[in-house]
Design a binder for this molecule. Sequence first.
Ligand code: HEC
Ligand code: HEC
Ligand code: HEC
Length: 433
Amino acid sequence: MKRIRMKQVVRLMAGMAITLLFWISFAGPGHAGGHEDAADVEFAELARAGEPLYLHYCAHCHGVHGEGDGYNAENLDKDPAELSDHAFVAQKSNEKLFRAISEGGKAVKKSYLMPVFGHTLSEKEIWSLVAYIRVLGDDKEQRVALPPQAKTERPSIPLETHETLSSFLHWFKEEGGSSKVLKAGENLFRNKLACFACHSVEDEGGRVGPELTRAGYLYKPEWLYVWIKNPQHARPQTRMPNLGVTEDQARSLVSYLESLQGGDDDEMVPEEWKPYLEKPGDPKAGEQLFFDTLGNANCSKCHRVKGKGGRVGPDLSLVGTSRRPEFLLESILDPKAVITVGYSSVLILTREGKFLTGIKVNEDDQSLDIIDKEGNSLHVEKSLIKKFKTQKISIMPGNFKDILTEDDIRNLLAYLSGLTLPAMNEDRSRLSD
Ligand code: HEC
Ligand code: HEC
Ligand code: HEC
C-alpha cells in the first residue's frame, strides 16, 4: 500500500504543477513584474486544495479535465457543464458557481441532475472548487478569495437515534406500501434529487453508484433510511453526497427502493439456496472460519472486519447492518451477481504478452495501480499496456459452494449478519480502521 500512497503524492504534485503554471502565467502586464501579490497566492492555494475534491466528487460527470466527458456523462439526459470552456466559465461570477455547487443545479435554474454538495463539503472546500474551476476554464480575470466568514468545517449532521429509527420502522410497516408514498418516492428518485444521475434502475440512469433495480431484495429498510439521510456517517469517503433530504423525503425514498425487487418473488432465491437460509448457523464458528488462514474459506485474506484482515475486497465491519441475509448468501455463492462499487476487476494485457488481473485502485494519465487477488499492489505504466478491460467477474472466488459445507456457509452467514452497528448514536470512529 505504501507504493500507492507515494503515487497519490506524485499525482497531487502533478496537480500542483498545473495550478502553479496557471498561477505563474499571471505575471504578465498588469501584474507587478514577477512578484505575485497575496491575492494570487491565496487563489493558487485554494485551487490546489480544490483539485483532489474535484477528482473525487465531480470528474465522473464533468470529466478529469472538465470537458464534460466523465464516464457517467453518457447516462445523463443533460450534458454536464463543460468547465474547461473558457467562455462558459468566464461569464459566471464566483458567487454563481458557489451556489450551483452548494445548492445544486435547480438553485441556479439548471438541471436537477447536478447534485447538491452543500450538505457534504465545507464552504471553504466549495470555494476551493470554484477556484479550481477557474483553473480548468483558464480564467485569470476573476480571482477567487475565501470570504472571511466562510466555514471551514463540514456540516455536522446528527446521527440517527434508536428513537428516530424505530419510529421510522413503525411508520414503514403501517404506511410504507401505500401507492401515494411509492409514487412520491419514485418522483424524488427520478426527477428531483439527482439519485437517478448516479444510479440506474432497469438499465436507465447513472453508473456512479450501484444499480438499484433489486434494492428491496438487497438492502434492509432501516439501512436505506440511515444511508440516505447521511452516507458520510457510514463511509466517510463515499462519492455519494448528502442530498439534504427531509424526513418525509427519506421515508418515501426508502419505501420506493424497498418496492424494487427486480423480478417475481418466487424466483428471487433459487431453490438450491433455500436450505442455507432455513436453519440458523453458529456465528462463533463462522468467525473462526472467516479468519482461519489455513481453512477452505480464508475470507480474511481479502476482507477486513473491525481493522483485522486484508484489503483486496470491501471492509465487512458493518455488512450485517445493510445487507439482507439473501444478499449475503448471494455474495458468497455467486459473487459476480453484484460487484461492489469500486471493486470491479480489470484485465490487462501488456505489450510483452503478460496478463494481469486485479482491482484498479488508482489511475492517472501515465499509469495504473492495481491490487491483485493475493493482495500485492502492482504499478503498470500505460505505455506498456496493449489491452485494458473491465471485467464482469469478481476477484472473489466463485467456488465456495463446492469447497464449503452447508454448515460452513450457514455459520459464515450467521457471523456476517451479526456485524451490525452497535448503536446508531455511538462514536463511528470505533468501527473504521
Ligand atoms: C451526477 C453528475 C454530476 C456530478 C457528480 C457533478 N455535476 Fe456539475 N453538473 C452536472 C450537470 C448535468 C450539469 C448541467 C446542468 C444544466 O446545464 O442544466 C452540471 C452543471 C454544473 C455547473 C454549471 C452550473 C451553471 O450555472 O450552469 C457547475 C459549476 C458544476 N456543475 C460544478 C460541479 C462540481 C464542482 C461538482 C463536484 C463537486 C459537480 N459539478 C458534480 C452533473 C454533475
Ligand atoms: C453523485 C452520485 C450519487 C448520487 C447523486 C446519489 N448516489 Fe447513491 N451512491 C453513490 C455511490 C458512489 C454509492 C456507493 C457507495 C460507496 O461509496 O460505497 C452509492 C450507494 C447508494 C446505495 C447503496 C448503499 C450501500 O449500502 O451500498 C443506495 C441505496 C443509494 N446510493 C441510494 C441513493 C439515493 C436514494 C439517492 C438520491 C437521494 C442517491 N443514492 C444519490 C453515488 C450517488
Ligand atoms: C481473493 C479475495 C477474496 C476472498 C478470498 C473472499 N472475498 Fe469476498 N469479496 C472480494 C471482492 C474483491 C469483493 C467485491 C467484488 C464483488 O462484489 O464481488 C467481495 C465481496 C464480498 C461481499 C459483498 C460485500 C458488499 O458490501 O457488497 C461479501 C458479503 C463477501 N465478499 C464475503 C466473503 C466471504 C464470507 C468470504 C469467505 C468465504 C470471502 N468474501 C472471500 C474478495 C474476496
